[in-house]
Design a protein around this ligand. Structure first.
Ligand SMILES: [Zn+2]
Length: 140
């Protein structure tokens, strides 16, 4: 990223309009050109998800999966969750299933207030496993 681009991004962060940035940086650059430079810089720059330890361009794909799954189950009652519970209590270590199981555990603990023992029984796992998953994924 060159100095001019850095300056433009900084001004944009400070909430200057494209018009103002154009005037400040170079009158040769139209507001439209400024917009293109900003878009390009945003596309090129990678962000890093501390939780999942991956770099990404727009948003962390794993965080997105988590969010999508959480939203899909967040309004379900315990009875309505029974199919999910049955599916996720099966042995399946694929990434997506593990992630969904973790979120289900959070929901059972945080929203229903179940003990780790009870969650362990529901998901047919040892309560220490549940405890470990719960605490290791605390920052969802
Ligand atoms: Zn993430």
């Amino acid at each position: 990223m060159n100095r001019r681009t850095k300056k433009i991004l900084k001004l944009k962060e400070q909430k200057y309009t494209l018009e103002e940035i154009s005037n400040m940086v170079s009158p040769v650059l139209t507001p439209e050109r400024i917009r293109q430079i900003i878009n390009k810089a945003n596309e090129d720059s990678l962000s890093f998800c501390i939780k999942h330890k991956i770099a990404f361009k727009k948003s962390c794909p794993i965080c997105n999966l988590e969010k999508t799954y959480y939203l899909s189950i967040k309004n379900l009652s315990f009875e309505e969750l029974s199919d999910e519970i049955e599916r996720l209590s099966k042995y399946d270590r694929t990434k997506e299933t593990v992630l969904q199981r973790d979120i289900l555990i959070r929901r059972l603990r945080d929203d229903f207030g179940f003990s780790f023992n009870k969650i362990g029984k529901i998901l047919q796992r040892d309560h220490t496993t549940i405890l470990w998953i719960y605490h290791s994924k605390k920052n969802i």
